[in-house]
Design a protein around this ligand. Structure first.
Ligand code: F0G
Length: 484
């Protein structure tokens, strides 16, 4: 039997850390007036804030997870060779142990893998069906002249739900997409574990088996993005009865054996930097291999420092440790369930990656083109010093005619970098979100003052459409006196 959160005498299940903190980093919590000032300087874009002005950095888990003592220790024995590095051999062995695959190519991060896979397999006019797109995945498929076709189920975009596997593919839609576009136009089928943009939601092995069946019927390959697979595996064990008594490794192998090519961002899965592509098929490996020295670096480092390569090997193995992989989902569930109980709109059931506030439900008085998720992110930073990431209309680029495209969902993601925050910090965020919820009528919209054409959410600058940020500060002072 696996162990979930610890039951307290009160009957409450509390996520208790299965690690101790031995290295710490000082944090800054600025007074609210200084936070407003910092938000204005950052063009109300949380990507443009300086980290020293941020109290809780919930922007992402990418490259911000805490490393273990073993990972840091491993970095001391790195073999700094351009070619044939021992560190690479150790990483390849770890990849084989974790994903059950023979051939491995290192790349500098997840999107580099997406670039290489798109170059190798996507032709002009192709389509790539997937359970849900990720921003960088879509950008690389587009760049190669292809088009993403999402074949998610209706459950995927339902905000409040008790569906255990919202990341599942709708098999009927997948079959229809292949029929409509023609099998020869399909570059590959992509499955994203721990589906990022719908709230870190998992798919089931049952669904992956059905996708495999369709792929086999049409002679298509499946590319599996395992950047967020740890949490997906956690949810399979907790929610899919067939796998309740299976080990993490058995579940991981069952999942990976159903794919042809696997890729990952190590910034997520192994709490390091870097990324990789791995497969058991020599023919596919040969299609990709020569692109790695061209774009990334020689085959035994792929643009990644050997120190990170050593830490990656350890981090990947740790991704098979139940105590390691359960930590984030348990903390996320703690916050999600408490906000949900107060009627605050959040994505349920809790997923991996983070707590996702539903900005449409939070700020119903704003339209998609007021960028409600961006506005909620700016308001939460001002109210708390915690920065999240907008995942809504602002994260969509304009269409060919220059029109804003309303996103299906408007989310503010509060990411939980693994093993970084304590429970009292999580409670602090809960308190400030609740305050914002009570004062939600004060929050207004945003508009662009500087708008990049591609991936505009990274570097775009915005302003408030009224003086609502100042009103928020005035209300905060009324309610909290001279508190930070
Ligand atoms: N695939 C998934 C599922 C991701 O979440 C990410 C990155 C990538 C690929 C790209 O990897 O950043 O190493 O190039 N997600 C980050 C995030 C950026 O904040 O969610 P990368």
């Amino acid at each position: 039997m696996f162990q979930d959160a610890v039951k307290f005498g009160s009957g409450e299940y509390v996520p208790v850390e299965m690690h101790k903190v031995r290295v710490v980093q000082k944090l800054n919590l600025l007074p609210i007036e200084a936070r407003l000032d910092a938000a204005e300087k950052a063009g109300f874009n949380s990507f443009l804030l300086q980290n020293r002005d941020v109290f809780m950095d919930m922007l992402t888990d990418s490259g911000t997870n805490a490393m273990s003592d073993r990972q840091i220790a491993s970095m001391m024995v790195a073999d700094d060779a351009y070619a044939g590095s021992e560190s690479f051999t150790r990483l390849s062995e770890a990849v084989e142990e974790v994903f059950n695959t023979k051939y491995f190519l290192p790349v500098h991060q997840g999107r580099a893998a997406e670039h290489i896979l798109s170059r190798a397999f996507v032709k002009k006019g192709d389509v790539v069906p997937m359970n849900f797109h990720f921003t960088t995945t879509k950008a690389h498929v587009d760049l190669a002249g292809g088009k993403v076709v999402e074949v998610f189920s209706d459950d995927a975009t339902e905000i409040r739900s008790d569906k255990p596997f919202k990341g599942n593919v709708d098999i009927g839609r997948l079959q229809a997409a292949i029929k409509v576009h023609g099998r020869e136009k399909v570059s590959f089928i992509r499955m994203e574990a721990g589906t990022n943009l719908i709230g870190g939601q998992p798919f089931s092995i049952e669904n992956m088996r059905a996708v495999r069946k369709v792929a086999d019927e049409h002679g298509l390959i499946i590319v599996l993005d395992v950047s967020l697979v740890s949490e997906n595996v956690y949810f399979i064990k907790v929610r899919e009865p067939e796998f309740r008594d299976k080990s993490v490794k058995e579940i991981m192998h069952t999942l990976c054996d159903l794919a042809d090519i696997i890729y990952f961002s190590s910034r997520k899965i192994s709490c390091t930097r870097g990324g990789g592509i791995t497969t058991n098929r020599h023919d596919l490996y040969m299609k990709i291999r020569d692109l790695v020295p061209l774009f990334e670096g020689f085959l035994t480092y792929g643009g990644v420092s050997v120190r990170e390569i050593e830490a990656m090997a350890v981090g990947l193995r740790e991704a098979l440790d139940w105590d390691v992989i359960k930590h984030s989902p348990e903390f996320i569930r703690y916050l999600v369930d408490r906000l949900d109980a107060k009627g605050i709109p959040v994505i349920t059931p809790a997923g991996g990656l983070g707590c996702h506030l539903d900005a449409k439900g939070f700020l119903p008085h704003l339209s998609s083109f007021d960028y409600p998720a961006g506005a909620l992110g700016a308001a939460l930073y001002i109210a708390s010093g915690a920065r999240g990431m907008e995942r809504g209309t602002l994260s969509m680029d304009r269409d060919e005619n220059g029109n804003d495209v309303a996103s299906e969902v408007e989310l503010l993601r509060l990411a939980f970098p693994r093993r970084v925050f304590t429970l009292s910090q999580v409670k602090y965020v809960e308190d400030r979100v609740e305050w914002l919820w009570k004062n939600r009528g004060l929050v207004g919209g945003l508009r662009f003052v500087e708008e990049p054409k591609v991936l505009r959410f990274f570097l775009g600058r915005l302003e408030a459409t009224s003086d609502w940020p100042q009103k928020l500060v005035t209300q905060f002072r009324k309610d909290f006196g001279d508190s930070l």
